[in-house]
Write a protein that binds this ligand. Structure first.
Ligand code: NDP
Ligand SMILES: O=C1OC[C@@H](O)[C@H](O)[C@H]1O
Length: 363
């Protein structure tokens, strides 16, 4: 990786695999000017199903950059000027795209869900280890300053006492019945359903707030899924941690939108709500202390902590990748391989109970 002459920040050259929605958000964020940037990001190359599509993507989303545009993914994988590949394709292709990237000796950031199931995740993680390259699941929400601050309030300052229960919902009003059959939310071949796409965030908030930064006991799981053609339109998960009794009620659905308050963490001396346009993109949290009279205390005002930023916030995870790669690390401390595997195993168990299936399940 070249060093940045302008500063001491590490410089990283990205290759973008796929030119859909998330790749557009990711590259736009990489070009945002930030005083607190931890790395210098260069969008070195784009890989798309066609050169024309790749060029249109550059014109529309990053007009002030001049990446190499490859009309095949192979061209991008073989581009020796690229340090890290960002995989922004539908879930079902994450495994093969990541394996091809790893085989080419590149470091890899793979969109969530990391793969379709835990079996695939193990294959990718082992391949990266064998090749000696960095790999990470792009669970970007975990890298936001909001999460760090929330952890400090809850687990260090103990502002709500001991955590007892977390609710989190991620719902999108996708008019599921009218989605075309090749929509990645409807097509089983592309990894359809609410759980893998957005339920993974509800689970993430459950683990973040019920386990905190250090506790990683495996919870018991009870799950229900409402299926249409074996695809989960709605998923509801209950978690319970054996040693503490803490519970999570974690849900996702593709037919109705969640309110701005998408999560609530309850403790022995108060509760916290988390707000934002979606559970993937938190913008504030509000702490409500316990009131002595539960009736007159109803409607009491909480203290809100807001987190403003330019862009969407994908640069936090991108900075983390750049810093780790510059240090020669092969995995990240915030989203380590073991966490990714644990989330994939949890989602396997949820689908085992709920019934959603994929061709790749091998089931
Ligand atoms: N972190 C976040 O906030 C978000 C993450 N995501 C994740 O990103 C991934 C992609 O989602 P999204 O961007 O919404 O998807 P899109 O459908 O918008 O884009 C996917 C891109 O992947 C490429 N692709 C390769 N093979 C196929 C195929 N058979 N069918 C369709 N596209 C294909 C195409 O790019 P090309 O033609 O250029 O090769 C396409 O544009 C998903 O895994 C999703 O979970 C999505 C949205 C938000
Ligand atoms: O990760 C995601 O977050 C935002 C949603 O709109 C999108 O469908 C999902 O993939």
């Amino acid at each position: 990786m070249p060093s940045d002459n302008k500063s001491t920040l590490p410089t990283i050259r990205w290759g973008i695999v796929g030119t859909g929605l998330i790749s557009s958000w990711f590259v736009e964020d990489l070009t945002v000017e930030r005083p607190d940037a931890k790395a210098h990001h260069i969008i070195q190359a784009i890989g798309s199903s066609s050169t024309e599509k790749g060029q249109a993507f550059v014109r529309k989303h990053i007009p002030n950059t001049s990446p190499t545009v490859h009309g095949t993914y192979e061209g991008l994988f073989n581009d020796s000027d690229v340090d890290v590949l960002y995989i922004g394709t539908p879930h079902a292709f994450h495994k093969d795209n990541a394996l091809a990237a790893i085989a080419s000796g590149k470091h890899v950031l793979v969109e969530k869900p990391f793969t379709i199931n835990a079996k695939e995740a193990r294959i990718v993680l082992e391949a990266a280890k064998a090749k000696g390259v960095f790999v990470m699941e792009a669970m970007w929400t975990r890298f936001t300053p909001l999460v760090k601050s929330l952890w400090q309030k809850i687990f260090e300052e103990k502002v709500i006492g001991d955590v007892r229960r977390t609710f989190c919902d991620f719902g999108l009003d996708m008019d599921f019945p009218s989605l075309p059959p090749d929509s990645r939310l409807k097509s089983r071949e592309l990894g359809a359903g609410s759980l893998l796409d957005i339920g993974v965030y509800s689970l993430t908030w459950g683990l973040l707030t019920l386990e905190g930064p250090t506790d990683h006991e495996s919870p018991m799981v009870v799950a229900l899924q409402s299926l249409v053609d074996e695809v989960d339109v709605t998923t509801s998960v209950l978690l319970q941690y054996p040693s503490t009794g803490r519970q999570g009620i974690l849900t996702s659905m593709l037919e109705s939108r969640t309110d701005a308050v998408f999560a609530r963490i309850e403790g022995t001396t108060g509760f916290v709500t988390i707000e934002g346009p979606a559970a993937s993109a938190p913008t504030s949290f509000t702490i409500y202390p316990k009131v002595s009279d539960p009736i007159s205390g109803y409607g009491a005002k909480g203290e809100t902590f807001s987190f403003e930023q330019p862009g969407k916030g994908f640069f936090y995870e991108a900075d983390a990748v750049a810093v780790d790669v510059a240090k020669g690390k092969l995995e990240n401390d915030v989203v380590p391989h073991a966490l990714t595997l644990r989330v994939m195993e949890l989602m396997d168990e949820i689908r085992r109970q709920g019934g959603a299936t994929f061709p790749q399940n091998g089931a």
